[in-house]
Design a protein around this ligand. Sequence first.
Ligand SMILES: C[S@@+](CC[C@H](N)C(=O)[O-])C[C@H]1O[C@@H](n2cnc3c(N)ncnc32)[C@H](O)[C@@H]1O
Length: 234
Amino acid sequence: MATWQVSVLTIFPEMFPGPLGLSLAGKALEKGIWSLEVLDIRDFARDKHRSVDDTPFGGGAGMVMRPDVIDQALAAVETRPGPVVYLSPRGRLLDQALVRELAAQAGLKLLCGRYEGVDQRALEARNVSEVSVGDYVLSGGETAAQVLLDAVLRLRPGVMGNQESLAEESFERGLLEYPLYTRPADWNGRAVPEALLSGHHEKIRLWRQRQAEEITRQRRPDLWARYRGGKSED
Ligand SMILES: C[S@@+](CC[C@H](N)C(=O)[O-])C[C@H]1O[C@@H](n2cnc3c(N)ncnc32)[C@H](O)[C@@H]1O
């Protein structure tokens, strides 16, 4: 199996692999199922202070990452496989469908912003797409890149031992997951639901299906409406 290549552009290279060096992603990294190349954007600065930012045209608070510096950093990974994704609150919202799309790419190049973000011209010149991890503002794209990679890597072949458990997870079938139970069967007077102890596969499947539907209906009317074919509930 060919190694799935990930390149990350950041001014904080020491933040990687971070949590991705542990657990499933970490083991897969060690085994060469995926590889991680981290580039320090400061290495592409042109002055002795290694500046990557400047004040915004038009005024306003904060600093903007310079197009010439970002462009040079992106040029350095030009031949690597896969699209360039800039982590940005303005981007397409990351959901399981987008995670699947990204996992199907030949590799990924992730640009982590800092300050107020990146000069628009560099994004346009290099055909960069934007992905957001949620409707809130982080201080930098590094943690967003880690969230994205964590979700995407789980879908890459060979990363998760049990591929079956992926199909059952929240969002995969358009529903949230049913409640989970393990031993002991009776804990502090709280019993495990009868159906799960029955050993009857069809009964268990039906119980889980009903629970997943009920939880989705209660907690996520948006997902529930989509699951029901876009019809609103009657
Ligand atoms: C302080 S934020 C900039 C916020 C920007 N001025 C705005 O209002 O949209 C700095 C960097 O963090 C990253 N970032 C912040 N929130 C994010 C989110 N929800 N999803 C992905 N990246 C995010 C981006 O790379 C961004 O360039």
